[in-house]
Write a protein of this length. Structure first.
Length: 473
């Protein structure tokens, strides 16, 4: 419930909980807005990745709603934007506390299971027991004005209290009051970056030290050897501590500037995981090329190994989900694939033509008018589809419609749709901001298109999707 990082030499760079640093010092750096959270004290890929706030925000960590999970808050001056999710998006709570120049601490000061703020002014601490402005609940003095301060539940009573660090010696207090320390001990080196967390789930916070990207965690408030040693992330990562999954054990997270984009380059067959990291990918088909992509049940290279496939024409955008249910990923003529994420910044494409689109990212929800082109023996008649996943023609479409040449109809792109697909339909025109209501009388659930310019009561039947090889006579 208390998330502190301390370094006598590098606190201004590495202490992103703002427990030990002047806010202006941290905000001056471009620390990034991407967070990689691990649910174990081990190396390997992050368990949760998301973006939140701005690249130069001061970040705090705490359990703001008492659900047992730590989440983020960002500080802008004296205003705090708390979120109760590790998914990005809007803040759950916004309030103002203290002054813009205050040093801020986070802890559960009253043992109610919810973390709140405190501000430090010299050696005096102003603790609040609620996520709101107003007067402090507790004010006391502890240590010296120049002390490095840590926050933790040192005795397992459910309440966070302070510790001061002087070199490699730690003075822990078990009460929110002045006076002598309850426990004094030495650990690590004077220039170590220090973490605080409950590493073993016993309810007591203890220390860890960071040396480059290696972490030495101890499960006792004493000197001696580390209980756990492991590596995670990169040497220059900003490190965070929290219980991200409510298992009562604190683990690490890192904050980085760049989005964690993986890239799959060039034609070939790739093993899922080791060569093609799991995720959603985007490719822009090069000019003069025909893109074909497939998921594979094994790496034999035979047609029998194909689970599903799709293709795209030159200049079109195509997406593909690399999933653990497949052993391999095969791509030919598609160019490079770049990983994408649900919280990518929307950049609506204009005009809307053939290709694959993410709803809310590439194409806005609404109702679109489609006018199928005249018959062309070299092209399919117009097909549109609602995409539930980017896995191929056989398994991606939840609704689809194949139109006759010169046919005009309307198609609904709903806010909850994953994606949208169009082929040989020319340019689509948005005619309504909000999806129109489709009643049982006016259209079956399997179709989203209606003739008579979208105003008639009759619904089109759904023709077989392109992947079946069916053609209109």
């Amino acid at each position: 419930m208390r998330r502190t990082v301390a370094s006598l030499a590098a606190a201004a760079v590495l202490a992103t909980t703002a427990a030990l640093i002047a806010p202006a010092a941290q905000a001056a750096d471009n620390l990034g807005k991407w967070y990689y959270l691990s649910n174990g004290t081990k190396g390997g890929p992050a368990d949760v990745t998301f973006a939140y706030g701005r690249s130069n925000d001061v970040t705090l960590i705490g359990d703001w709603d008492g659900d047992g999970k730590d989440t983020l808050a960002v500080r802008r001056g004296a205003t705090y934007h708390l979120t109760n999710r590790t998914t990005g998006g809007e803040a759950s709570t916004v309030f103002t506390y203290g002054r813009p120049g205050d040093v801020v601490l986070v802890g559960d000061w009253d043992g109610d299971g919810k973390d709140t703020l405190a501000v430090r002014r010299g050696a005096t601490y102003h603790l609040s027991n609620a996520a709101r402005g107003g007067q402090a609940s507790t004010v006391f003095t502890y240590g010296r004005p120049g002390d490095v301060v840590l926050v933790g539940d040192w005795d397992g009573d459910g309440k966070d209290t302070l510790a001061v660090r002087r070199g490699a010696t730690y003075h822990l207090s078990n009460g929110t009051r002045g006076g002598k320390a309850s426990v004094v001990f030495s650990y690590g080196k004077a220039d170590d970056v220090v973490l605080v967390g409950d590493w073993n789930g016993d309810g007591k916070d203890t220390l860890g030290v960071r040396r480059s990207s290696t972490y030495h965690l101890t499960n006792g408030t004493r000197g001696g050897k580390a209980s756990i040693v492991f590596s995670y992330g990169k040497a220059k990562d900003v490190v965070l501590v929290g219980d991200w999954n409510a298992d009562r054990k604190d683990t690490l997270g890192v904050r980085r500037v760049a989005a964690p984009y993986a890239t799959i380059r060039g034609d070939g067959m790739y093993a899922v995981g080791s060569q093609a990291p799991v995720g959603r990918y985007k490719a822009k088909v090069p000019a003069g090329s025909e893109c074909v992509v497939a998921s594979l049940s094994d790496l034999s290279g035979t047609d029998d190994s194909i689970i599903d496939s799709a293709w795209a024409d030159p200049g079109e955008t195509i997406y593909w989900d690399v999933e653990t249910s497949a052993a391999g990923f095969w791509t030919d003529g598609c160019g490079s694939w770049t990983q994408v994420f649900p919280k990518d910044t929307p950049r609506f494409v204009s005009p809307i033509g053939d290709g694959w689109y993410r709803v809310g990212i590439d194409i806005a929800p609404g109702v679109y008018k489609v006018v199928a082109p005249s018959y062309d023996a070299d092209a399919w008649s117009c097909e549109v589809a609602t995409v539930s996943a980017f896995r191929g023609f056989q398994t991606s479409f939840s609704d689809s419609y194949v139109a006759w040449p010169d046919e005009e109809f309307h198609w609904e792109v709903a806010p909850g749709d994953v994606g949208f697909y169009a082929d040989s339909c020319g340019t689509l025109t948005k005619v309504s901001e909000a999806p129109t209501a489709v009643t049982e009388e006016s259209a079956p659930s399997a179709a989203r298109a209606a003739d008579d310019g979208g105003t008639g009561a009759k619904a089109h039947s759904v023709n077989p999707p392109r992947s079946t090889g069916s053609e209109l006579d």
